[in-house]
Design a protein around this ligand. Structure first.
Ligand SMILES: [Zn+2]
Length: 159
């Protein structure tokens, strides 16, 4: 017999963090029935980043892409492990491996910071994601222009 698990409030479910990408700010929880639930860091309540193996309680839901989780509460720390899979990420500013610190505004994670140098590691705000998306489109557009220019030049020079 395993230890009795705490009974979650009505509608809520318990599970574990299956996978979490600190860079993307999203991941998957697996509930006790083995169903994967997509979640975003904005759905996590508290000041800690989810790490693989952590016990969680959450509100199950679903969207067009499948089951999702919201109001995720981290119940237990990740199992101690000497492996590099301990939630540390390499800071691209000071190059040390750190457990990021979350900046939370009104209960929603905004960004993560390096605990050593204090520089920003990831930005989870929607405006930032939009900015990244737009700059990628601009980049793709400029590539398209360059390719077209190259094709025209090639045509004119008879290449
Ligand atoms: Zn740093």
């Amino acid at each position: 017999m395993s230890a009795p698990s705490p009974i979650p409030p009505a509608g809520r479910r318990t599970g574990r963090v299956k996978w979490f990408s600190e860079a993307k700010g999203s991941g998957y929880l697996v509930d006790n029935d083995g169903t994967d639930h997509f979640f975003r860091v904005a759905d996590v309540r508290g000041y800690e980043l989810p790490r693989r193996g952590m016990t969680v309680e959450f509100q199950p839901s679903s969207n067009a892409r499948g089951p999702t989780a919201s109001h995720v509460v981290l119940l237990s720390p990740a199992p101690a492990s000497p492996a590099p899979e301990d939630g540390r990420v390499e800071c691209h500013h000071c190059k040390s491996r750190v457990v990021p610190r979350l900046v939370v505004y009104r209960g929603v994670a905004q960004r993560s910071l390096c605990t050593r140098c204090g520089q920003e590691l990831a930005d989870y705000t929607p405006g930032y994601a939009l900015g990244v998306m737009l700059s990628m489109q601009v980049l793709q557009a400029s590539h398209a222009v360059q390719n077209a220019a190259r094709a025209i030049r090639k045509f004119l020079t008879g290449g």
